[in-house]
Design a protein around this ligand. Structure first.
Ligand SMILES: [Zn+2]
Length: 443
């Protein structure tokens, strides 16, 4: 914030120093690898007043955010972040005067992040020409940006710079005097440089998502290479690879959750017991989504490490949610895994209309009579038999290799006499799919 007793020259010098320092940091971080660790705050080490203060930060951010959204455009632009007295609406829609007690940095981040949201909304509007509506009022504000390490949050080393001893595993958050014990510090590798963070409120507690920068080291694991892989996304067994491996990444909703939901329906809405059950349901959902995330990460890691080429089909999982298989797909981590895979540079997507379940990977015959209940594929033309999903994955891998061979510059297409039955059939399918009314293949 600008102090008014500074002269114009001093102010310019100061902002130049800040700019240069930021530039240095950015350059240094460019050669490093960012890593976000999740640290859980141990709220038991705080007293009641401090704990309430921490929760109040989230409420104050919500009041401020909604207050800012209610301002006119001019008033929003000229908002002074030194403002401490605002009004907000309570449950019944009455205006209540609120006094902000949270650190000034938090006020600034709420304001700047809103400004960014509005700018991106306006940019979108300019691009599409459509009105996208305005930002909605928030019913909760669960994530506070802590954008300046050393000011909004810092790790305590104790008076003697010692990481161990009394100050071990504690973190300081602006506005709370006492250092707060955290769980999960062991995730941070030695020599990491701390950067910005987010304070996140979840049903199970408050977490600090701390971004660190660590040295990029030459990956020794990368030298181990595994063969290229085709992946078939199915419904029954979730994922099948061309190596014949199957991953079941579905996570069912636990019985306990159903029981809790029944209990909630019986209880009086708004009562103490009702609220208690509601909180337990939220925690159960959080646990469920954590498990899904963990399973998706594990499968992603298994699939991706050491591979140069991974081929999958550009299927429309969003469509599945709506359709027949909605429940089963939803209870798996499939969507997360797909998103992760699609952002990987080694993944090649094959057109979603490619008949991977029907085309024989040996002779290229298209077996039209195969139904969903047939678990094995038996080619009527060459007699090849294979598990249905493994076969699909193999066909996808072949299609991917074919695509890459076509794309290599200077490489002439394989002469017809050397083409395998699969290649010829794939070529023929591609030509027929390239008709103007059929969707063109992506990538
Ligand atoms: Zn065949």
């Amino acid at each position: 914030m600008v102090k008014y007793d500074m002269t114009k020259e001093e102010r310019e010098n100061k902002s130049r120093r800040i700019r240069e320092k930021g530039e240095d940091t950015r350059l240094r971080h460019a050669s490093m690898r960012p890593l976000t660790v999740e640290l859980k705050l141990d709220l038991k080490c705080l007293n009641n007043a401090e704990r309430n203060k921490l929760f109040l930060f989230f409420a104050e951010c919500r009041w401020l955010c909604n207050y800012l959204l209610g301002l006119s455009n001019d008033m929003f632009r000229d908002f002074d972040t030194r403002t401490r007295c605002i009004t907000s609406l309570d449950k019944d829609g009455n205006a209540v005067a609120r006094k902000l007690t949270m650190p000034a940095k938090f006020i600034q981040t709420v304001y700047t992040s809103l400004k960014q949201d509005m700018a991106s909304l306006a940019a979108k509007r300019r691009k599409t020409g459509k009105r996208n509506g305005k930002l909605k009022f928030r019913s909760s504000y669960d994530s506070i940006e802590l954008n300046q390490y050393g000011n909004t949050h810092w790790i305590c080393y104790g008076p003697d710079g010692n990481k161990n001893g009394k100050y071990r595993n504690t973190i300081h958050i602006a506005g709370i005097k006492r250092p707060i014990r955290v769980f999960g510090m062991e995730q941070i590798p030695a020599g990491a440089e701390y950067a910005n963070a987010r304070l996140v409120k979840k049903p199970s507690g408050i977490y600090l998502m701390l971004t660190c920068y660590i040295q990029k080291h030459e990956d020794s694991k990368e030298s181990e290479t595994k063969p290229d892989l085709g992946i078939d996304f199915g419904i029954k067994t979730a994922i099948t690879t061309s190596d014949g491996e199957k991953y079941d990444i579905s996570v069912r909703e636990p019985e306990r959750l159903k029981g809790l939901q029944r209990k909630l329906a019986r209880q009086k809405k708004g009562s103490r017991g009702w609220r208690d059950t509601k909180r337990r349901i939220q925690r159960e959902y959080e646990r469920l989504s954590n498990r899904r995330k963990a399973i998706a990460n594990q499968a992603y890691h298994d699939i991706v490490t050491g591979r140069k080429l991974i081929v999958m089909q550009d299927e429309n999982i969003k469509g599945w949610h709506k359709g027949l298989f909605g429940k089963q797909v939803q209870s798996s981590a499939l969507g997360t895994l797909r998103r992760k895979l699609m952002s990987n540079p080694n993944v090649l997507l094959i057109d979603r209309f490619f008949p991977s379940t029907r085309m024989c990977p040996i002779c290229g015959h298209i077996h039209n009579d195969i139904t969903l209940s047939d678990r094995t594929f038996a080619c009527p033309a060459c007699g090849y038999t294979e598990d249905r999903d493994v076969k699909s994955a193999k066909a996808l891998l072949l299609a991917g290799k074919h695509e890459i061979a076509c794309r290599c510059p200077g490489q002439t297409p394989t002469p017809v006499e050397r083409m395998s039955g699969f290649d010829a059939s794939y070529e023929a399918w591609k030509r027929s799919a390239m008709k103007p009314e059929a969707p063109a293949s992506k990538r």
